[in-house]
Design a protein around this ligand. Sequence first.
Ligand code: HEC
Length: 150
Amino acid sequence: MVKPATILKTMPVLAVLAGLGATFALAGPIEDRQAGMKQVGKAMGAFAGIAKGEAPYDAAVVKTNADAMLAGMKQAFANFTPGSEKGPPETYAKAEIWSDPEGVKAAEDVALKAVEAMAATTDEAGFKTALAGLGESCKGCHTKYRRPKE
Ligand code: HEC
């Protein structure tokens, strides 16, 4: 007879996790918004590389990164949920995110429009113009609603 412990060991990890049910969250809102923002930062890094001439301009690469950035932003913005003001893990979101929802919404809309404008560009000149607007939109929110990492 095979012992239950042996069966558990041979079961794929994912099957075990699935068995715990869909309500078993692997991450909370802080992790989710930071992961979303990391994805945004990664796409921004790709844009910066093109702008600096470290990578050639490629409309398809720009579009791919703009789409990834949009998804990351949506994930981040959906996770400034009440009750997630304090970690762990350490969060750099300022209290104003929760006390000034209208201001945050406005900053989010500016950023979402800026990414959409980037996704719609088809040439290098348009890319550069869109990148300037995009950079401003990050700063606009971060200066008001994010503490710098020490
Ligand atoms: C509407 C507000 C808002 C906008 C717009 C915004 N961010 Fe953020 N971002 C935040 C907040 C708040 C945090 C801190 C989240 C936390 O620690 O809980 C953050 C964190 C980050 C981080 C750190 C993620 C980590 O934990 O490692 C990066 C990178 C980042 N943002 C990049 C960007 C870039 C690039 C843009 C523009 C393309 C942008 N963000 C636009 C609010 C915003």
